[in-house]
Write a protein that binds this ligand. Structure first.
Ligand code: SF4
Length: 317
C-alpha cells in the first residue's frame, strides 16, 4: 500500500501546484516556497488539550504537527516547526526537535498510537503541502477500521482541488480565515489573494461535511470550525470577515474568534516586518468584534476569556 501511495503522490509532487503559490517545481529534486520535499515530515505528535472544547474537551486531541507551510506567516506561533525547512534551506538552524520523514504506513501507526493514549480525534496540523500522502494514510487507516474523526487543521490559503483530495476522508475542517482585505494580506503575509482563496476553499469544506454534528459528550464529529485570529489594528478586516462568514455560511459553521496574538521573537530580526505585527491586540477591539457578532445573532461561536490566556471558553452567545 505504501508503494501505491508513493506512486500516486509523485504525480502531485513532480510538478507541484498543491497550494495557490503553484510553484510548479519537482519536489523530488527541488524545493518550492514551502521548502518541503516529497516525503511528509512529522515534527511532533501529542495529546493536545488546548484546542476548542468540542475538539479537545474529552481525552484530548491527537495532534500531528507537520513541518513546513506553504503560507509561511512571519508571526506564526509554531514558527520553528512551520518554518523549519525554510530556515534550514537558507543555511540557518531552527533548534530541536527535528522532525522525522514518514511513510503513509508510519503515519497510520502514529494515529493508532494517539488513539491508545486517549485521543478523541486525529488533528492533522498544517498537512496541505503533503496532502496526497496524508489523504492516503487516512484512507489506509479507514480501510483497516480506524474510526476516530479526522480533523484537517490548515491555514485557509488552499487550492480547492487540494481540499477535494480529502473529500470523504475529512470529518472536520478547522481552517483559518485570517484576512479578507487584499491590502492587509499583502502587508502581513505577502499574498494579495488570501481572502478570496480562503472563501472558495471553505465553500468546498462546508460542501464536504455539511452542518456541525456533535456526539453525546459534546465533542464534534463532523463539520467546519473557522478560526479567526484577530490582528492588531485590523478590526475593520475582522468585521468584514465576520460578515462574510455570517452571510455565506450562517450557523452551519462555528467561528472561533481568537485574541491571543503575540509578537513572536522571530519578528525582531525580520527586516521589513509590518509595524502592526509588533503590537498586541487592543482588548477593546476584541470586545467590539464580540459586539458585532451579538448584533448579527450568530450562535455557533467560541470566544476567549482574556487576551493573555490560552484557554478557549465555549461561550455560545
Ligand atoms: S505546496 Fe510547496 S512546492 Fe507546492 S505549490 Fe505550494 S509552496 Fe509550492
Amino acid at each position: 500500500m505504501d508503494d501505491k501511495c508513493e506512486k500516486n503522490s509523485s504525480f502531485f509532487y513532480s510538478k507541484c501546484v498543491l497550494c495557490p503559490r503553484r510553484c510548479g517545481v519537482d519536489r523530488r529534486v527541488s524545493r518550492g516556497y514551502c521548502a518541503s520535499g516529497d516525503v511528509p515530515v512529522v515534527n511532533i505528535s501529542m495529546i493536545h488539550k488546548g484546542e476548542e472544547p468540542p475538539i479537545s474537551g474529552g481525552g484530548g486531541s491527537g495532534a500531528v504537527f507537520f513541518e513546513g507551510c506553504s503560507l509561511g506567516c512571519p508571526f506564526c506561533q509554531n514558527y520553528k516547526i512551520s518554518h523549519r525547512a525554510r530556515i534550514h534551506a537558507a543555511g540557518g538552524t531552527a533548534g530541536d526537535p527535528a522532525g522525522k520523514a514518514v511513510t503513509s504506513g508510519e503515519l497510520v501507526r502514529i494515529f493508532y498510537d494517539l488513539q491508545e493514549k486517549g485521543a478523541d480525534n486525529i488533528n492533522l496540523v498544517t498537512p496541505m503541502h503533503f496532502a496526497p500522502d496524508v489523504a492516503a494514510a487516512m484512507e489506509l487507516a479507514r480501510s483497516g477500521g480506524f474510526d476516530l474523526p479526522f480533523i484537517i487543521n490548515c491555514g485557509g490559503y488552499e487550492n480547492v482541488e487540494t481540499v477535494r483530495l480529502f473529500d470523504g476522508l475529512a470529518d472536520i475542517w478547522l481552517p483559518d480565515f485570517k484576512f479578507l482585505d487584499p491590502k492587509v494580506s499583502s502587508a502581513l503575509v505577502n499574498v494579495s489573494d488570501y481572502g478570496e482563496t480562503a472563501v472558495a476553499a471553505i465553500d468546498e469544506m462546508v460542501r464536504q461535511t455539511g452542518p456541525l454534528v456533535y456526539d453525546d459528550r459534546g465533542l464534534i464529529r463532523r463539520g467546519v470550525i473557522i478560526r479567526h485570529l484577530m490582528m492588531p489594528s485590523c478590526l475593520f478586516d475582522t468585521k468584514k470577515i465576520i460578515d462574510t462568514i455570517w452571510e455565506r455560511w450562517g450557523d452551519t459553521v462555528a467561528l472561533s474568534l481568537m485574541n491571543q496574538y503575540t509578537p513572536m521573537p522571530q519578528l525582531q530580526s525580520m527586516k521589513g516586518a509590518d509595524p502592526r505585527l509588533m503590537r498586541k491586540l487592543d482588548p477593546r477591539h476584541y470586545r467590539a468584534a464580540v459586539d458585532h457578532l451579538l448584533i448579527l445573532g450568530k450562535q455557533n461561536v467560541f470566544l476567549q476569556e482574556d487576551a493573555s490566556g490560552d484557554e478557549m471558553i465555549p461561550d455560545f452567545i
